[in-house]
Design a protein around this ligand. Structure first.
Ligand code: MTE
Ligand code: MO
Length: 199
């Protein structure tokens, strides 16, 4: 009689040390978008960083591509409870983009094509914690995942990683973005399970 192990599906078990509370590991890459996918051509893409003084720093696609690139490998944690380990990206660190930006702002308000917004403390974009990424898994970032370029802030729940990013507004006051206005947590630390306001 052959021994059939029903429990084995050829997948490694989730590594609990890498799994924040209430999350499960997924192996595919779900698409979560609040609206239709905007199709932005690379030649039409521009990133603007504005400061509380009204100063504007802009990069078109060519200027962005000329910046030093990094290849972060990070775990993703979505508030809908899936986590994906070891995702490989390529892009520019926010440390590079903010290098010559003079600001005393405490908050960043992120704008995306299609109207999506999200907010986070400026310090969470610094010190190797955040990137504007344009490649995923060795290929140009697909439109449904935020191509031509998205924000990647993997230490916070994934709704903070705005797809189709177009602007970063640095400001003194905090303002809730799209999901934060709908009751999601203002900060969104997966390890403290900050899913909703009051968590
Ligand atoms: N512009 C924009 N960015 C967005 C969203 C969105 O609806 N619009 N959804 C957020 C949410 S809730 C999640 S979980 C992730 C999903 O990213 P993915 O579709 O690449 O998995 O994108 C975030 N960034
Ligand atoms: Mo999400």
């Amino acid at each position: 009689m052959p021994i059939i192990s029903r429990g084995f599906h050829g997948r490694r078990p989730a590594d609990d040390r890498k799994l924040p509370p209430g999350q499960f590991e997924t192996f595919d890459f779900p698409v979560l978008s609040a609206g239709p996918t905007p199709h932005v051509a690379q030649e039409d893409w521009e990133l603007d960083i504005t400061t509380e003084d009204g100063a504007r720093h802009s990069w078109d696609w060519a200027a962005f591509m000329a910046l030093p690139m990094e290849s972060p490998t990070v775990d993703l944690h979505c508030v809908t409870r899936w986590s994906k380990f070891g995702t490989e990206w390529q892009g520019v660190s926010l440390d590079v983009l903010l290098e010559d930006v003079e600001t005393a702002a405490e908050f960043a308000f992120i704008h995306a094509h299609g109207g999506y917004t999200t907010n986070l403390p400026l310090e969470d974009l610094l010190d190797g914690q955040a990137w504007i990424v344009h490649r995923y898994d060795g290929e140009d970032l697909a439109p449904e995942h935020g191509g031509p370029a998205r924000l990647l802030v993997p230490h916070l729940y994934l709704w903070k990683s705005a797809k189709w990013v177009r602007g970063i507004e640095l400001r003194q006051d905090d303002e809730p973005g799209f999901w934060e206005s709908a009751g999601y947590h203002d900060y969104g630390d997966p390890w403290r399970e900050q899913r909703y306001q009051g968590d």
